[in-house]
Design a protein around this ligand. Structure first.
Ligand SMILES: CCCCCCCC/C=C\CCCCCCCCCCCCC/C=C/C(=O)SCCNC(=O)CCNC(=O)[C@H](O)C(C)(C)COP(=O)(O)OP(=O)(O)OC[C@H]1O[C@@H](n2cnc3c(N)ncnc32)[C@H](O)[C@@H]1OP(=O)(O)O
Ligand SMILES: Cc1cc2nc3c(=O)[nH]c(=O)nc-3n(C[C@H](O)[C@H](O)[C@H](O)COP(=O)(O)OP(=O)(O)OC[C@H]3O[C@@H](n4cnc5c(N)ncnc54)[C@H](O)[C@@H]3O)c2cc1C
Length: 645
C-alpha cells in the first residue's frame, strides 16, 4: 500500500483483534499462510495470469488463453521445483477452471484409489509428468445421478485379452466430462463390465482417447465439446466433452471403491466452498463500508451502508458461514484421511459415515455458497451487476458445484438413508458413533426443554448444541415413524423424500455448528481472535435457528419466546462484529488479483477505478459505435422525414 491512500484505513483501525493471528487461523497453520501468501504474490505479479479480460474474449480465444496459462503454470511449477502443496496453491490463485483440474483432481485420484499396484506403476508416472492428460468420464447424456443406470459397456474379449468399450445408444455417449472435449488424451471411463455374457456392475477403465503424436481421436472414437455454458467467461474456459467409443483399449478390471473418487472430490468441494464464499463476502463487506446512502445530517457525510441493520442481517451470517465452512472443511479433510487409512487396512466400518458426511456437507455448503454469492451481488446494489465487481463471474463459475459431483438433492437423499438406518438401529447393539453419536441420547433429546430465559443465554454453546440436536433427532424420528407406516419402504422413501431432505439438512447444519464449537475449544492465540470467532459461531448458529424457526418450533425444541430472544441476541452480535468486519475479511489475505473485483479492492478506492474500468470495454474503442451508419443513422433520418410530414 506504499504511496496509495487507504480509504478503508479507519475501518481497519477499529478492529478489536489481532488480524495477523486470524490470518493464521484462516490458513490453518503458519506454514500454509506463508506458503499461500508467497504463491498468491507470485501469480499476481505474472502477466500471463492476467484474468481481467475473460468476460470479453470469444470462446475460442478464451479457451486458447486457458491452454496458454496451463502450459505456463506447468512450466513455472517445473522451473521453480514447486512441491505438490505449492502447485495446488498456484492453481488456486490462477483462478481459472481448466482441464488440469480434472487431470489432477479426478483422473489421478481415480487411478490412485481404484487401480491395482501394477496399473498404478504404469499410469501414475506418466500422469504425474503430464505425459498423458486424463479426465473422469462417468456421466452420460442419459444418466448422471443414476450411476447404476449408465449404459456404456466394457466387454472382455478373452481372444485378444482386451476390453471392448462400447456406447450402444446416443444416450450412452459420455457427456460433460471436463477436459474430454478438446484436451484429454486418456480417460477413466465408467462402464458396465461384461465377462462371459455376465454383467458385473459399473467399473472404471483407463482408455486412451487420442493419439499422443497428432492428438487425433483413436479409431472408433468420436469426441467434441458440448457447447457454451452459463455466463460469459466463467466455466467456458473448460472444455466439457462428449464422446462415443467404438472399440478400444487395454486395461485390467479395477477393484472395489468405484465411488471412492467421488468421496475424495466432494471433500475438496467443501473446502472450496469456504474460498468462494469468503471471496464474495470480502467484496461485499469492503464495498458496504465504502458505499454511502442517505442519513446525512446538516450536510455531513451519509451513512455507510454496512451500518444499516438490514445490510448486517444479510451480510454477517454469510461472513460467519465462511468461517464455519472453513473449519468443517478442515475436519472433513481429517475424516477423509482417516477413512482412507482404514480402507487401506481393509476396515470399511467408517465408510458409510464418510460417504454421508461428504455428500451432505458438499450439498449444504455449495447450496449455501451459490445463494450467498448472489446475495453478495445484491448487497452491492447496481454495481454488483457489473462484471468488474467480480461477482457475476464468480457466481457463474461456482453455481454448477450444486450439480456436479452429485446433484445436491440426490446427495441429501443419501444422507437421509444413512440417518434412517441409524434411527432404525437405535436400541440395538450397534451404538451410533461419530456425527450421529447424539442419536445415542435420543430419549433425552425427544423430551428435553430448552433452558433459555434471556437473550444472553443463547451464548452458551451447550444450549445451542442441544437445541440443534433436539431438532434433528425429533425430525428424524418423526419421518422414520411415518416411513414405518408404509408396507413398501422404498415407496415410503419416495413419498416422504421432501421431509427426508429437511431432516438431512438439519443433520448437516448440526455437524457444521458442532465442528465450529469444537474448534473454539482449541488453544487459539492472538488478542481477541477467539472472542471474534465465538461471535461468528453464534451468528452462524442463531441465524440458522432464525431461518429455520419452523423446524425448531414445530418439533418443540424451543418456544416462540426463545426464538424471539435468539433474534435479539443476533442483533446484538451484529453490533459487536461491525467494527471488526473489514479486518475479518482482510484475514482471508486475498490479493486484488485473486479477488478480481473493483468493488472489493483492498484500498477501497472504488469510484475512480470503476470509471477507469468502464473505459476499457471494447465498446468504448470508438466514440461512434460500429453499426451506426447501417442501423442508427437511417432510423434517425426516417424519423426526421416523418416529423416534417
Ligand atoms: C489454468 C490453470 C492451470 C493450473 C494448473 C496447474 C497444475 C495443477 C497442480 C495441482 C492442481 C490440483 C487441482 C485440483 C483441483 C481439484 C478440483 C476438483 C475439480 C472438481 C470439478 C468437478 C467436475 C465434476 C465432476 C463430476 O461431476 S464427476 C461425476 C459425479 N457424479 C456423481 O456424483 C453422481 C451422483 N450419483 C451417485 O453418487 C450415486 O449414483 C448415488 C446417488 C449415490 C446412488 O448410488 P446407487 O449405487 O445407485 O444407490 P444406492 O443404492 O443408494 O447406494 C448403494 C450403496 O452404496 C453406498 N454409496 C453410494 N455412494 C457412495 C460413495 N460415494 N461412497 C461410499 N458409499 C457409497 C450407499 O450408501 C449404499 O450403501 P448401503 O447399501 O449400505 O445403504
Ligand atoms: C460444470 C459441470 C462439470 C461436470 N463435470 C463432469 C465430469 O468431469 N465428469 C463426469 O462424469 N460428469 C461431470 N458432470 C456431470 C455431473 O456429475 C452431473 O450433471 C450430475 O451428477 C447430475 O446428474 P444429472 O445431470 O444426470 O442430473 P439429473 O439426475 O438428471 O437431475 C435432474 C433433476 O432431477 C432430480 N433428481 C434426480 N434423481 C432424483 C432422485 N432419485 N430423487 C429426487 N430427485 C432426483 C435432481 O435433483 C435434479 O433436480 C459435470 C456437470 C457440470 C454441470
Amino acid at each position: 500500500m506504499d504511496g496509495v491512500v487507504d480509504h478503508l484505513a479507519d475501518e481497519r483501525n477499529k478492529a478489536q483483534f489481532d488480524v495477523e493471528e486470524m490470518k493464521i487461523v484462516w490458513a490453518g497453520s503458519r506454514h500454509v499462510f506463508e506458503l499461500s501468501d508467497r504463491i498468491a504474490r507470485l501469480v499476481a505479479s505474472d502477466p500471463v495470469f492476467r484474468k481481467d479480460n475473460r468476460a470479453t474474449l470469444s470462446r475460442k480465444d478464451l479457451f486458447k488463453n486457458t491452454l496458454r496459462k496451463a502450459a505456463h503454470a506447468w512450466k513455472r511449477i517445473i522451473e521453480l521445483r514447486l512441491s505438490e502443496e505449492e502447485a495446488s496453491k498456484l492453481r488456486f490463485y490462477v483462478d481459472e477452471a481448466a482441464f488440469t483440474d480434472l487431470h489432477w483432481g479426478m483422473f489421478v485420484p481415480a487411478i490412485k484409489g481404484q487401480a491395482t499396484e501394477e496399473q498404478q506403476q504404469k499410469w501414475l508416472p506418466l500422469a504425474y509428468k503430464m505425459q498423458i492428460i486424463g479426465c473422469y468420464a462417468q456421466t452420460e447424456l442419459g444418466h448422471g445421478s443414476n450411476v447404476q443406470g449408465l449404459e456404456t459397456t466394457a466387454t472382455f474379449d478373452p481372444q485378444t485379452d482386451e476390453f471392448d468399450i462400447h456406447s450402444p445408444t446416443l444416450t450412452s455417449s459420455k457427456w460433460w466430462p471436463g477436459g474430454l472435449g478438446k484436451v484429454s488424451t486418456h480417460a477413466v471411463v465408467y462402464a458396465r463390465l461384461i465377462t462371459d455374457g455376465q454383467e458385473h456392475g459399473v467399473h472404471g477403465f483407463i482408455v486412451q482417447l487420442r493419439s499422443l503424436d497428432d492428438h487425433l481421436p483413436l479409431p472408433g472414437i468420436t469426441i467434441g465439446d458440448i457447447g457454451m455454458k452459463f455466463g460469459n467467461g466463467a466455466y467456458n474456459t473448460m472444455d466439457n466433452g462428449v464422446t462415443r467409443n467404438g472399440k478400444c483399449v487395454r486395461s485390467n478390471v479395477p477393484r472395489q471403491l468405484i465411488y471412492g473418487t467421488m468421496v475424495f472430490v466432494r471433500q475438496t468441494i467443501v473446502s472450496d466452498a469456504s474460498c468462494a464464499l469468503s471471496r464474495a463476502v470480502c467484496i461485499a463487506t469492503r464495498y458496504s463500508a465504502v458505499r454511502r446512502q442517505f442519513g446525512s445530517q446538516n450536510g455531513g457525510v451519509e451513512t455507510q451502508v454496512i451500518d444499516y441493520k438490514t445490510q448486517q442481517n444479510r451480510l454477517f451470517p454469510l461472513l460467519a458461514a465462511a468461517y464455519a465452512f472453513r473449519f468443517v472443511g478442515e475436519w472433513l479433510k481429517w475424516l477423509y484421511t482417516d477413512v482412507t487409512q482404514r480402507l487401506q487396512a481393509n476396515d470399511f466400518s467408517t465408510l458409510p459415515e464418510a460417504h454421508a458426511c461428504t455428500a451432505g456437507l458438499k450439498s449444504l455448503t455449495t447450496t449455501f455458497t451459490a445463494d450467498a454469492i448472489e446475495e453478495c451481488r445484491k448487497l452491492c446494489g447496481g454495481h454488483g451487476y457489473l462484471c468488474s465487481s467480480g461477482l457475476p463471474e464468480l457466481f457463474a463459475v461456482y453455481v454448477p458445484a450444486c450439480t456436479y459431483e452429485g446433484d445436491n438433492v440426490v446427495l441429501l437423499l443419501q444422507v437421509a438413508r444413512f440417518l434412517m438406518k441409524t434411527v432404525s438401529q437405535l436400541g440395538s447393539e450397534k451404538k451410533p458413533v461419530g456425527t450421529t453419536a447424539y442419536m445415542g441420547r435420543v430419549e433425552h433429546l425427544m423430551q428435553c426443554r430448552c433452558s433459555v430465559q434471556k437473550a444472553e443465554d443463547w451464548l452458551n454453546p451447550n444450549t445451542i448444541l442441544e437445541a440443534f440436536e433436539a431438532r434433528t433427532a425429533r425430525m428424524s424420528v418423526a419421518v422414520a415413524q411415518k416411513l414405518a407406516q408404509f408396507a413398501n419402504p422404498e415407496e415410503g422413501f419416495l413419498e416422504l423424500s421432501p421431509n427426508l431432505v429437511e431432516a438431512s439438512v438439519a443433520h448437516c447444519q448440526l455437524i457444521v455448528v458442532s465442528k465450529f464449537i469444537e474448534k473454539l475449544q482449541q488453544d487459539i492465540p492472538g488478542k481477541g481472535v477467539k472472542e471474534l470467532l465465538g461471535m461468528l459461531c453464534n451468528i452462524y448458529a442463531l441465524n440458522i435457528l432464525h431461518k429455520h424457526l419452523g423446524d425448531f418450533l414445530s418439533t418443540g425444541s424451543i418456544t416462540p419466546k426463545q426464538g424471539s430472544l435468539a433474534n435479539d441476541q443476533l442483533r446484538s452480535l451484529y453490533s459487536q462484529v461491525r467494527p471488526n468486519a473489514i479486518a475479518l475479511v482482510d484475514a482471508f489475505n486475498y490479493t486484488d488479483h485473486y479477488l478480481g473485483s473493483v468493488l472489493g479492492r483492498y484500498d477501497g478506492n472504488v469510484y475512480p477505478k470503476l470509471y477507469e474500468e468502464a473505459w476499457k470495454d471494447p465498446l468504448n474503442d470508438s466514440v461512434v459505435p460500429d453499426g451506426y451508419h447501417e442501423y442508427i443513422r437511417p432510423l434517425l433520418k426516417n424519423q426526421l422525414r416523418n416529423a416534417r410530414l
